[in-house]
Design a protein. Structure first.
Length: 401
């Protein structure tokens, strides 16, 4: 009998998760993990938010049966997601011209959206920023899209190559699905300004592109409302578009896989038709989303007092990230590094594109026990007041040699 697997070649390890494995097996006491994409507090742990603890206790006492929930998810959850994304008084929400489906985290939202666009809408081309979160391209490819990139990171000027981005978008074939980072660009940390977003919207309109906004870090830049600016500008534009949301970061619910896919259409009738296709795709792919994490988010977002406490906890995480950015820049300068690191304070979110070379990243791991992704991305949340000086001095050493 033929062995159907004998010619398989092993896939390479995930470049981020493999760093965590190396970190865990490093015996050095001063080791630091800057590769993991999770929020961590001063103690190096991912905290359980107080409002999440309360939700867990309430849900545990209710003993809700572990039955299937609807394919599109918890109905109130879906409506609350739209309020959070578009705002309380949003015309999109009031008219019902958007449909939302609860998904397996932000990753599941992207996967479901790409599958829908390929299967139901016939989209065959996709594009992402250079660089982007590594999973974007894999998700598009697995959904059947041919993947291209558009210029984004300007290494020389530590910012966005906006003219290159616009030029590349204008050269895309009509119907190309364009993945856009709504805020806290991963991995660079550099975002577009409001005026630049208006120009991107105009290009999408005139060149018939399909915008797909990924908003995994709402609340981690300036605030919950401020960080939704790009999505809300698209909503006001009248364009049809998709938006992926994640509550992994803002609720620290990484393992519960809590996310949502929202599709904005011209009318409530069209939104209803779109949702029928999303449910069909979801049914074939995973059938139903998990309930527990969704109920936690629903419990918090449904009550103004609980919402306000959650917003304060998100603000606390955001401020700690900002503090670590400032301290890293200061300590690198004190260490006499040949490069000004003040750019990290202009970046936003959990990640920073350091500009360190793959060889320098390798040396950080080998000589100093500091682990990061080889493209130079670090997770700012891996820093704390106890290790930031050591990390900065190690950065200076590899840059000096």
């Amino acid at each position: 009998m033929k062995d159907f697997f004998e010619n398989l070649v092993s896939c390479p390890d995930d470049p981020i998760l493999s760093q965590t494995w190396r970190y865990q097996n490093d015996p050095r006491a001063e080791k630091v993990n800057l590769g993991v994409g999770m929020y961590m507090d001063e103690s190096g742990r991912t905290p359980v938010l107080d409002v999440v603890k309360e939700a867990e206790e309430v849900l545990a006492k209710e003993h809700i049966p572990h039955t299937y929930i609807p394919i599109s998810g918890l109905q109130q959850y879906d409506r609350l997601v739209q309020k959070l994304v578009f705002g309380e008084q949003s015309e999109v929400f009031e008219t019902g011209r958007a449909c939302t489906v609860q998904t397996l985290g932000g990753t599941g939202a992207l996967s479901l959206g790409m599958t829908f666009l390929n299967r139901s809408c016939g989209c065959t081309q996709g594009a992402s920023s250079i660089p982007t979160w590594g999973n974007h391209n894999d998700i598009m490819a697995q959904a059947g899209l041919q993947v291209r990139g558009y210029r984004y990171y300007d290494r020389e000027n530590a910012g966005v190559d906006f003219s290159g981005m616009i030029e590349d978008m204008k050269a895309m074939p009509a119907g190309t699905v364009v993945v856009l980072h709504a805020c806290c660009h991963n991995p660079t940390g550099y975002d577009l300004s409001e005026s630049q977003w208006h120009e991107v919207i105009d290009v999408c309109r005139h060149y018939n592109l399909v915008p797909f906004l990924d908003m995994a870090y709402q609340g981690f830049k300036q605030g919950l409302n401020e960080d939704a600016m790009a999505v809300r500008l698209f909503a006001k534009s009248g364009l049809t578009f998709l938006a992926a949301s994640s509550f992994s970061k803002s609720f620290n619910l990484y393992g519960e896989r809590v996310g949502a896919l929202t599709v904005v259409t011209p009318s409530a009738e069209e939104a209803e038709r779109v949702q029928s296709h999303l449910k069909s795709c979801a049914r074939a792919d995973y059938s139903n989303p998990p309930a527990f994490g969704g109920r936690i988010v629903e419990y918090v977002l449904s009550d103004p007092e609980r919402f306000a406490r959650w917003e304060q906890e998100v603000a606390g995480m955001r401020e700690r990230i900002r503090l670590m950015r400032r301290m890293l820049a200061e300590e690198v300068k004190k260490a006499g590094a040949p490069r000004d690191f003040s750019f990290v304070e202009r970046q936003a979110g959990m990640f920073s594109f350091t500009g360190l070379t793959p060889e320098q990243i390798d040396r950080l791991a080998t000589d100093f026990g500091i682990y990061a992704v080889r493209n130079g991305r670090i997770c700012i949340c891996g820093l704390n007041q106890g290790n930031v000086r050591y990390v900065a001095q190690s950065f200076a050493r590899v840059m000096q040699d």
